[in-house]
Design a protein. Sequence first.
Length: 134
Amino acid sequence: MQQFKTLLRVRHYEMDTLGHVNNAVYQNYLEQAAIEHSEHLGLTLDTYRELGGTFVMRRVEIDYLRPSVAGDTLEVTTWLREIRGTRAFRHYEIRKQYQEDLLVTAEALWVWVEVKTMRPRPIPNLMLEKFLPT
């Protein structure tokens, strides 16, 4: 499936006591990249509201390989490895901009839920059409 890339600037308040990005902050970066990927495909917050659902992160596995610090610009690459039923498996890679070395790799399981009930539902066809390559 097609990759999506976005840039995020590391902020000072995201540092831990070692002066590196706090590990927990990386999950925020993953969520932001997923949101921007959806928006890039025309799936805005209004679209989600009209569909009555949203994706929630059910599980995430993050491998921390190298640190980043305040002022770094990070390139976050994400793509869907698989999307079917109620689930989407999204892969991520994070690097410093213009560098090849990976800082973080991650995979998250996202589940489509109906907002009213917060129960899993099949991913709507509109979502599948936008995320799946033509």
